[in-house]
Design a protein around this ligand. Sequence first.
Ligand SMILES: Cc1cc2nc3c(=O)[nH]c(=O)nc-3n(C[C@H](O)[C@H](O)[C@H](O)COP(=O)(O)O)c2cc1C
Length: 348
Amino acid sequence: MDLKQFEERKLDHIRHSLDLAHQAQGLSGLEFVQLVHEALPDLDFDEISLTSNCLGVCLKTPFYVAGMTAGHERAFQINRTLALLCQERGWAMGVGSQRRDLELQNGAGLDAWKELRDQVPDLVLFANLGISQVIRADMRDLRRVVDGLRAQALVIHLNALQEVVQPEGTPHFRGSFEAIARVISELGLPVLLKETGCGFSEATLRRISGLRLGAVDLSGLGGTHWGRIEGARAGRGSLHAEVATTFANWGESTVNSVRAAARALPESIEVWASGGVRSGLDAAKLLALGADRIGFAKPALEAALEGAERLRLWMETREFELKTALFCTGSLNCKELQAKEVRILERS
Ligand SMILES: Cc1cc2nc3c(=O)[nH]c(=O)nc-3n(C[C@H](O)[C@H](O)[C@H](O)COP(=O)(O)O)c2cc1C
């Protein structure tokens, strides 16, 4: 791996993800989902609890910051800001792809994780690797990456569109299913599958429903779009940029992915929803559709880049919005919200 190119790519990703043109806005399906107002909730706002179970650990909220960055100095600062606040507010957190940790055989980079982990011993934290790397990885190297972070689980991210549109991408997915099954049986920690903004179809979810996964993070269409970001990186007029334009709206929406997961996955696999979630009300809608946990990526990054105070206020606001949705649907907790009626509006 060319380290310089790797670091530049990661910084490009941060920069381009903040550009609104690279968000698949209006495609999540969330604007067609409505919760039903309860004019007479038989509860006090202060009684409402957001506590939720995350892979067997009780957390104060059903929220997580989805994995974004790793492997360079800027990433370390961003992850530290996110990690301290996630621990404080009871959110779980994923780190970005640890491909660099995997490929640096001498364990370089693991000290930075140790330093971070020592500051947030109670944080529920997830390691992250792409499927193209996992297929080829040795089990000992995978363990080294996960242990270096003292992670509660390994997230394997799936990013077929991104790997194709990225000029230096690695669209090598043959053997994925067998590799995932092998890691599940040998790692000794929960394994999660995660998309990165293109979601999951019901057919794919049925194919993986027999695997002993801890959770599936659906990360559907509607937010950060890797076709668009890689297209911008590829440069105007290039083959990759033109293909990216053709595929600018590609993916399964977050709402369709959650509805498919509710039908296709067994109860033993937690359903996590991310991709275009921008408010606590969006989160409430996805919980009511059957999601167990709700993730934010780009908006959390944006707030973290403005500093800890801004991030704290951003997180508090999302929590308050979710509590408001619970109050106005007469739900004491997330479990009660999950049993409430949801209206799906017709597209005009
Ligand atoms: C700057 C940036 C880098 C990302 N890098 C990763 C990554 O390394 N691994 C991963 O699983 N997902 C990665 N993602 C995808 C997010 O986890 C998430 O699935 C996606 O951005 C959709 O959520 P959003 O619409 O809230 O941004 C990244 C997202 C952003 C914004």
